[in-house]
Design a protein around this ligand. Structure first.
Ligand SMILES: Cc1cc2nc3c(=O)[nH]c(=O)nc-3n(C[C@H](O)[C@H](O)[C@H](O)COP(=O)(O)OP(=O)(O)OC[C@H]3O[C@@H](n4cnc5c(N)ncnc54)[C@H](O)[C@@H]3O)c2cc1C
Length: 422
């Protein structure tokens, strides 16, 4: 009977365990999770912190008892794995013991990036990654102690934090080193429009500068930015990004920015697999290996790893950049690498209603931003995905119907496809 270890029980760990069980009914699956909670969805933590969903809604797979029962798992919560010996596939546990396995899945995710900033202390700094981070922010916001905040990181996570603070009447400044919001997903026009809208809702912007130092000033913080401008804030929330949790990889398991894995999700060491935010995946448009950092990506990687660990054959070829987010009364959707250039086409009024900005290169559609209509996102995403994979893909009649129903002109759809002759 095979013995499998899963280190980390988030999205990738859960789907890894599920795929192992689907392909090996009898194997022993041992799960190690450093915290006490069941697997949760980190993207729901901001909704919990904002008081929009109850605590239980953050756990998409149900109770630990249900998960462990259905998948026949031995789950060790509160058990941090301290090291992996890749030579004999053994794990070092915090109590000093070691355990050997036939196959190991590293699904340790990522941790919020916490740079050293002069003057900043841990107690007064907030992050947004874990359940504990969400609880700390929720408690702080509900304490009514904080009247102003600086959120660093104009990312999808940063904007959700800004939204919840702003909704509680906390005077919020959003800062980023980049000179615009969503620099990795939005086109410049769209960034500017989002900035205009959130400024109109009372959010201050401090873009194009990083946080350099913080000094205590009458119970609050005087934050000095790299351009010497200052922001007064009672709380500081760092949403600067994440770092892959790769520390378990011993010298034999290859690591770049994340753990390196092949399309079967096997690392450079036979029998040791990696999945989710701890490892690199293939970005389909650039064909580069990078950390993808998306829930669906972690799920597919976990499923692929689990199936292969249990002797089935599975491959995951990769993913492309996509963001779908709703905040402060608007929808923003960004598909594709926003650095790719080509002919820019637009549809609609950027200030209201459905607005689409698309970039068409010689190979066809390479990127799309959509404002204020999530209903067309499925059709557009599917079309872009097929172009990336098959090149000469067409928008299907059903998808065309959805796009027209939601307000896109047939001529604009033809421009997206590169077939417009008008
Ligand atoms: C605020 C926020 C918003 C997001 N929004 C979106 C979104 O809108 N759309 C989207 O697609 N994605 C979003 N994401 C990203 C998405 O949640 C992640 O890509 C996904 O959850 C990664 O899953 P994972 O299993 O790889 O990692 P994780 O969920 O981080 O799970 C890893 C687990 O491993 C545990 N662990 C680590 N080291 C050890 C160890 N040594 N021993 C034992 N256990 C260990 C950790 O405690 C953790 O529980 C968001 C993330 C955040 C934080």
């Amino acid at each position: 009977m095979a013995r499998y270890a899963i280190i980390g029980f988030g999205c990738a760990g859960y789907y890894g365990a599920k795929a192992i069980r689907e392909n090996d009914a009898d194997g022993e699956i041992v799960v190690f999770s450093e915290h006490m909670a069941r697997p949760y969805n980190p993207m729901l933590t901001t909704y919990y912190a904002a008081g929009k969903i109850p605590y239980d809604a953050m756990f998409p797979f149900g109770s630990m008892k249900k998960i462990a029962g259905e998948l026949k798992l031995q789950v060790h919560t509160g058990t941090k794995v301290l090291g992996i010996n890749s030579a004999d596939r053994s794990l070092q546990l915090a109590d000093g013991s070691t355990e050997k396995f036939d196959k190991i899945l590293i699904a340790t995710g990522a941790r919020a990036f916490a740079p050293q900033i002069a003057g900043l202390d841990a107690e007064n700094t907030f992050y947004m990654r874990t359940l504990d981070d969400a609880q700390k922010l929720k408690d702080a916001v509900e304490s009514s102690k904080y009247k102003s905040a600086l959120v660093v990181g104009a990312s999808m996570v940063g904007i959700k934090v800004v939204e919840l603070l702003n909704a509680k009447g906390i005077k919020t400044t959003l800062a980023d080193m980049a000179d615009r919001i969503f620099p990795l997903a939005a086109y410049e026009n769209v960034s500017k429009e989002i900035e205009r809208r959130i400024s109109a809702k009372g959010v201050q912007l401090a873009l194009g500068a990083s946080l350099r130092k913080c000094e205590k000033a009458e119970g609050s913080w005087l934050c000095t930015m790299s351009d010497d401008s200052t922001v007064q804030a009672d709380m500081i929330v760092l949403c600067i990004g994440t770092r892959a949790a790769t520390e378990l990889a011993d010298g034999n398991i290859k690591v770049n920015r994340g753990i390196v894995a092949d399309s079967n999700m096997q690392t450079s060491c036979e029998g040791i697999y990696a999945a989710g935010d701890c490892c690199e995946g293939r970005e389909l448009q650039s064909d580069e290996k990078m950390i993808i950092g998306l829930w669906a990506n972690a799920a597919y990687q976990g499923m692929t790893a689990g199936a292969n660990m249990a002797g089935a054959k599975a491959e995951f070829d990769g993913n492309f950049m996509h963001n779908i987010t709703h905040f402060m009364g608007m929808d923003f959707i960004g598909f594709g690498d926003n650095r790719k250039t080509g002919k820019v086409i637009t549809s609609g009024d950027i200030t209201q209603g459905l607005y689409v900005e698309a970039v068409i290169s010689e190979d066809g559609l390479v990127g799309v931003n959509i404002l204020d209509n999530y209903r067309i996102s499925g059709a557009v995403k599917n079309y872009l995905y097929r172009i990336i994979r098959e090149k000469n893909a067409e928008i299907s009649p059903v998808q065309r119907g959805i796009l027209i129903k939601e307000g896109l002109r047939p001529s604009f759809i033809e421009k997206m496809e590169g077939t417009y002759n008008g």
